[in-house]
Ligand binder design. Structure first.
Ligand code: 7TS
Length: 457
């Protein structure tokens, strides 16, 4: 059944069918209730308590057609945003328009369609530059996603700058994409990899980090937000600390760019990466930001068409930035789709998305932490979106299957971040990860279903 686009009251008031989890009837921390009507956000940090423009949650939800779907007879509750977000209509339209009206290869300006496609592709690059606050358009390289961006940096910057005995620092909470490329490089070069530990709440131990830094540190690779714990890392400070030792810092922004306002110049990040598909854009497109001076010094990565200036059988000269790192035909339509996604996020406002999601994350933390038998992994006060937990005596598979029966999509497993789970002596968690279109009623539904599961086992 397709729901009315603007219908926002389709959750039954007694969603648990009689067995209501107690927290719904009792006042929790009032702080989590201040947006009860879902219509307005007070951002006291920016406005001294004045009301900002309404956060039009029902308008936002109606922009995402898939949210009208039913799964197993129930309205879809998409809490797997850490894996990928759903797409607003404007992104779907941008892809359709590209293929329907101006599909062409880029940078081959002999005809109208190529010019239109090139304009759209470069406009998308400009949009990303603004989104990240980069100082120059040449600093934005289109890649397939965060994984490809990190591999590019490890294999170009890394392979020319890391030598025997040099040190690479990573945190305990990195995604495999920000571990394996560095590990391979470390083995190849005879370098040393050191791991920055985290505490029991899932926060980086800055004093231990300080101790690990030295003049041997060449690269520090840190996730901005953990995909398992949701912790927001103090990357501004960590970048400063690394720079004092002359190290370069790569920030994995895969779980941050859709949720937080990022400015790479304020952060002074050397490299910042993210994936379009986790930020309401299409799959197949992602971004590597790098400081121009660094990108210019780095050798090209993949070789082929587009990245050259001149080729003879005696030798090749490479193209300028950003083309030097974009061999072959890129994901043109997906870049155009990413531009629409960024437009959409900016229309809503990154400040307001962050504020809303922080509050929703707090609400979900509160709700889940009150269910006996549910243990949350990752309790840092500064966290957003990802909430991992285990349920006493019930396997993650069983929990996920029961949730799916209610239309609730979560991810289970190691989330491609096995070391952080090892830190907490577990192999698998259930993870709910939130995005701007999620609402408290969905969290209530999750909490009530979990409560019922704990009662049944
Ligand atoms: N870095 C982080 C922090 C991530 O969470 C992910 C994907 C990646 C890198 C890789 O992104 P990709 O787009 O190149 O694949 N994380 C997840 C996740 O948590 N569930 O599915 C994918």
């Amino acid at each position: 059944m397709i729901m009315n686009r603007h219908q926002n009251d389709w959750y039954p008031s007694n969603i648990s069918g009689g067995q209501v989890f107690p927290y719904m009837d009792h006042a929790v921390d009032a702080a989590y209730y201040f947006m009860r009507d879902n219509t307005s956000v007070v951002d006291s940090s920016n406005t001294n308590g004045r009301l900002l423009h309404p956060f039009d949650i029902s308008g936002i939800r109606s922009d995402f057609p898939i949210l009208q779907r039913r799964v197993n007879g129930k309205p879809l509750i998409w809490l797997d945003n850490g894996a990928t977000t759903q797409k607003p209509q404007c992104v779907i339209d941008a892809l359709r328009e590209y293929y329907q009206e101006y599909n062409s290869n880029v940078h081959r300006g002999a005809h109208t369609l190529s010019k239109e496609a090139t304009d759209a592709y470069e406009c998308a690059r400009r949009k990303v530059q603004m989104f990240l606050g980069a100082s120059a358009i040449e600093e934005i390289i289109f890649v397939r996603g965060a994984t490809e961006a990190i591999n590019l940096v490890a294999q170009t910057y890394g392979s020319t700058n890391i030598r025997n005995g040099d040190e690479i620092l990573l945190t305990m909470m990195e995604h495999h994409s920000n571990i394996v490329p560095w590990q391979m490089l470390q083995k190849e070069k005879g370098a040393v990899m050191k791991v920055i530990p985290i505490n029991g709440r899932g926060e980086i131990m800055l004093d231990e980090y300080e101790k690990l830094l030295s003049s041997r540190t060449r690269v520090v690779a840190i996730t901005h937000v953990s995909n398992v714990l949701g912790t927001i890392n103090p990357i501004r400070k960590m970048i400063d600390m690394a720079h004092r030792y002359g190290a370069r810092v790569l920030i994995d922004g895969a779980q941050a760019a859709p949720h937080l306002k990022v400015n790479v110049q304020d952060l002074d990040a050397d490299f910042y990466v993210f994936s379009g598909h986790k930020a309401y854009g299409p799959t197949g497109i992602g971004v590597l930001y790098g400081k121009k001076g660094l990108l210019e010094q780095m050798p090209p990565w993949q070789k082929g068409g587009g990245m050259i200036k001149n080729v003879t059988f005696d030798g090749t000269t490479y193209n300028n930035l950003p083309d030097k790192f974009e061999a072959g035909t890129g994901s043109i339509a997906d870049a155009v789709g990413l531009r629409a996604a960024i437009d959409y996020m900016q229309k809503v406002g990154m400040d307001r998305i962050e504020h809303y999601e922080r509050s929703l994350t707090g609400y979900a933390m509160q709700a889940l932490s009150m269910i006996p038998g549910v243990n949350i992994i990752g309790t840092a006060p500064d966290k957003i979106s990802a909430i991992s937990f285990v349920v006493d005596g019930v396997s993650p598979e069983t929990v996920a299957t029961r949730l799916d029966r209610e239309g609730i999509a979560v991810r289970i497993g190691h989330h491609c971040a096995q070391p952080v789970l090892q830190r907490f002596n577990i192999k698998s968690t259930i993870r709910a990860s939130l995005a701007m279109y999620n609402i408290r009623e969905e969290i209530d539904m999750l909490a009530n279903t979990l409560y019922k599961i704990t009662k049944d086992y």
